[in-house]
Write a protein that binds this ligand. Structure first.
Ligand code: AMP
Ligand code: MG
Length: 485
């Protein structure tokens, strides 16, 4: 089914641990992503038993070289020199229909040499959560790992309660993380850092190899992709929840959807994750943390940047400054689009901040308020104003917005349509995900299927999915999300 070509397994042995996937009891496909399988050029077997075997690790296909990758990482600011794939097995790599190399990974496939006392398993709930959210991110145009399948293992998993075990078959541009560099740097393994950097340049940033200083180029390129990625997160109200350096992909994809969540009511200090007690990874802290993470990558690359350490450090600091500048401009682009500004002008940042402030004070739902701006553009101000408890501020803002739009705006109908193509009506809201998971736990996957269908059409507002557009009722609100995968 997979035509593997495994470049990571050809790296030196200390980069990973070979692992034969531990068998699971009774694998059953819960969901298979046919469209992604076609993009990957997979020859999918029509035998469901064999398919479940392949996607659970019970059958290891010809050409697979299953490994668990070694990495380190800063978890909530504290350095852990060895983490690694404790519950994930990289089956191998395939070249997709566009010619891009993609990893096929089984997440929750069982214990590995990196499990550190964990069971190596995943529970049904977190697997379905990652399936929904990663596919939604993709449709919203935000780089993210993808979900090829969710498979029930037929095993029990012990968390706070007994849970059904499941595996997420995840597809990524690669699974190299900032923490992968830290693994070698922490061991003063300069050769390892260099080999990893060369590998990453060849795989993700081939254009850099011809440059004057490819390693400097690499640091800057990763920084720019992270800055762009986080700007996009903020644009859809996404909170990753656990931006540890081991959860930040070198390729610039969103990875590791643990306690992640989308904002309902706008609050820049919002935190959902039950383990993030200090609010380190709150909504508005994400760009600052992104830069902090890039600083950790820079530390690993210092020996490669320049023979003279002081010169290398100065160059790295230059990249950190560029991260800030890039984030600012990327954020402005994202939010200019969200309010329908076609060109840049001096006070745009303030205009956007004024809207966000009105949303915060007026307890407006982030996604719905932006969505209803399209109605205001069509002349229905009420639809927009209803999103705010304090309508005076919002009305005042509409005035400012209209004078900024001036006469050089799109035609009346065009502006509303443009806003509807930019601001999603449907995001995977927390309470909907929880409902889908609760039903799935008792064997009913219809709620999951319907939610998945809805989030795959985020910019349409069809009556069939009207219930997904609305914020949670007070009793439906989810205050906390859990990491416990
Ligand atoms: P995460 O919270 O997903 O970023 O994981 C942090 C680290 O803990 C990684 O090294 C994971 O592989 C490891 N880990 C998380 N859950 C488990 C588990 N159930 N069994 C073994 N290792 C785990
Ligand atoms: Mg992780």
């Amino acid at each position: 089914m997979f035509d593997f070509d495994n470049s990571y397994a050809r790296l030196p042995e200390r980069f990973f641990a070979p692992i034969y996937p531990p068998p699971v009891n009774n694998p059953k496909i819960l969901k298979f992503n046919d469209e992604l399988a076609a993009d990957l050029g997979l020859a999918v077997t029509s035998d469901p038993v064999r398919l479940a075997g392949l996607l659970s690790g019970n059958i290891v296909p010809l050409g697979a070289e299953p490994i668990s990758m070694a990495y380190a990482g800063h978890q909530f600011g504290n350095f852990v020199p060895q983490l690694g794939d404790g519950r994930a097995i990289l089956l191998g790599e395939v070249i997709d229909a566009m010619g891009a190399r993609r990893d096929i990974q089984l997440k929750g496939a069982g214990p590995t040499p990196f499990s550190r006392g964990g069971d190596g398993r995943a529970a049904l709930g977190p697997v379905l959560r990652e399936y929904i959210v990663s596919e939604a991110m993709h449709v919203l145009g935000v780089p993210a790992t993808r979900a090829l399948a969710a498979v029930a293992t037929g095993d029990e998993v012990y968390r706070e309660e007994v849970e059904q075990g499941a595996i997420l078959v995840r597809v990524a541009a690669s699974h190299v993380r900032i923490g992968t560099f830290q693994f070698f740097a922490a061991r003063s393994d300069d050769d390892g850092v260099r080999r990893l950097a060369d590998y990453v340049i060849e795989r993700h940033y081939p254009e850099l190899s011809a440059g004057e200083n490819p390693y400097m180029g690499l640091l800057e390129a990763v920084a720019m992709r992270q800055a762009d990625l986080i700007a996009r997160w903020l644009g859809i109200g996404f909170i990753h929840g656990v931006m540890n350096t081991d959860n930040m992909s070198i390729s610039g994809e969103t990875i590791d959807f643990g306690p992640c969540a989308f904002l309902d009511e706008f609050d820049p200090l919002k935190v959902f994750s039950s383990i993030d007690r200090a609010g380190r990874y709150a909504y508005r802290n994400q760009p600052g943390i992104g830069q902090w993470n890039i600083a950790r990558l820079a530390e690993c690359l210092i020996p490669l940047l320049h023979r003279d350490e002081a010169t290398a450090v100065e160059a790295a600091n230059g990249v950190l400054a560029k991260f800030n500048a890039r984030f600012q401009s990327s954020w402005l682009t994202v939010f200019r689009n969200k309010i329908g500004l076609e060109s840049a002008s001096e006070g745009d940042g303030e205009l956007i901040q004024a809207l966000l402030a009105a949303m915060h004070e007026g307890r407006a739902d982030f996604s719905l308020a932006f969505r209803r701006l399209a109605d205001a553009a069509d002349g229905d101000d009420e639809a927009f104003l209803r999103c705010f408890s304090d309508q005076a501020k919002a009305a005042e803002w509409l005035g400012m917005w209209r004078s900024r739009l001036g006469s050089k705006t799109l035609g009346e109908n065009e502006l509303g349509a443009a806003l509807r193509r930019t601001n999603p009506a449907i995001i995977p809201r927390n309470h909907r995900i929880e409902q889908a998971i609760a039903s799935a736990r008792s064997g009913d996957f219809n709620v999951f299927e319907r939610l998945l269908e809805a989030v795959q059409r985020p910019f349409e507002e069809v009556p069939e999915f009207a219930d997904y557009v609305m914020p949670p009722e007070p009793e439906e609100r989810v205050a906390r999300t859990f990491c416990g995968t």
